[in-house]
Design a protein around this ligand. Sequence first.
Ligand code: HEC
Ligand code: HEC
Length: 383
Amino acid sequence: MRKRVLCGISGMLAIAGLLAAWTMSGRAQEPAGKAAAQSAPAQPKTAEQQFKNIEVLKGIPAEQLIPSMQFITTSLGVDCEFCHVAHEMDKDDKKEKQAARKMITMMMAINKNHFDGEREVTCYTCHRGAAHPVATPIISSETGGGNHGAAPHVHEEEAEAHSDLPSADKVLENYLAAVGGVEALKKIKTRVQTGMIESPEGQFPVQVYSEAPEKRVSITHPPSGPSVTGFNGEAGWMTLPGRVHQMTAAERETARIDAELQFAARVRHEYAEFHVLPGEEIGGKKTLLVTAKAAENKPALRLYFDQETGLLVRLVRYAETPLGRNPTQIDYADYKVTDGVKIPYQWTLARPGVAFTIRIERVQQNVPVDEKLFVAPAEEAPK
Ligand code: HEC
Ligand code: HEC
């Protein structure tokens, strides 16, 4: 029963766009206060300072522990209880947890000794979504030994080999033009979207309030009570009835991407090291892939543009963890011109284990938005 409830909760948070650590373990892990939410503390806590029983992940930032656990969980295709006693994560009762410790040590040693310390080999390299890696080649008529749906691994340097492709500048310019151009974008100060969210938990109403340059609050209404995800340019939060989670630094950077009303205009300035590659077909459309690395600690991006319309049809972003990168994929569809700008009326967010689709029915722009919506909630929600 408890399990089901937790699944529901994590689903709802995913709906909000971000999967919070505390839903997975069933309790708040991160006591980041308001001050911490506004500017990263100079000396962030390490995992062993915050958690009880850390041996091999000593030294990693405490807020990276749960994202690392999520990476492990996805890589092995298991749930937390595969290694952990439910709600007592510090216990070492399960042999799988002890095996995992050895594996983490092994993985780090392989990378250190054989890959100049670069994180080339991860849990996923061997496990590929299974608890038991396969050592013998599988004969499969279907895939001919294919890659099990894994994202094709393309090295950015390969871009150089595709000299017939347009430059990243050109692709991003086309994108900006396709959505209406910078002047039209600048005229949009606020946006209020209402529609429905479709998730494994069911269909619920959703409202999204945005304000330029980068404030955004989305509210979904499942029967269990409203679930809110907010970002105001500095602080980010996720709330469920009776619970508040302040976003970690990494979560805030992904929330910022979603919140940017003028993303099409700003992406060129906020990211660096663009590369263009042929993209895979998405929804029957040929695409161009632009990879972008960020200055600072923003997540790396892969942007897929429809070759015909120039519009962004897929955004994949990666959140770094000490063990590997956690992917999130957002597919945009049903672009319509609204007040001179083209915006998607549908998007599907997917990450390992969760997916939901939002369909917008109504868009109002440049209407007043209640500023109270963008005020970060206090640490504890009233009971
Ligand atoms: C494949 C095994 C495995 C899976 C699956 C796994 N963990 Fe862990 N977890 C570990 C290991 C190993 C450690 C201890 C790391 C160390 O010693 O440095 C750990 C430590 C933790 C801790 C710190 C506990 C403490 O107080 O010392 C938490 C919290 C945690 N895991 C949460 C999770 C959550 C939440 C999930 C599911 C998303 C999860 N883990 C999935 C292996 C696993
Ligand atoms: C170099 C390849 C490789 C890497 C990298 C790797 N593993 Fe493994 N892992 C294996 C093999 C092989 C086994 C043994 C499979 C078996 O028992 O069938 C195994 C077994 C395990 C088991 C025991 C499963 C069970 O049911 O007893 C756990 C847990 C595990 N790995 C976790 C991890 C984690 C977590 C990582 C990343 C930190 C990782 N592994 C990285 C190859 C690897």
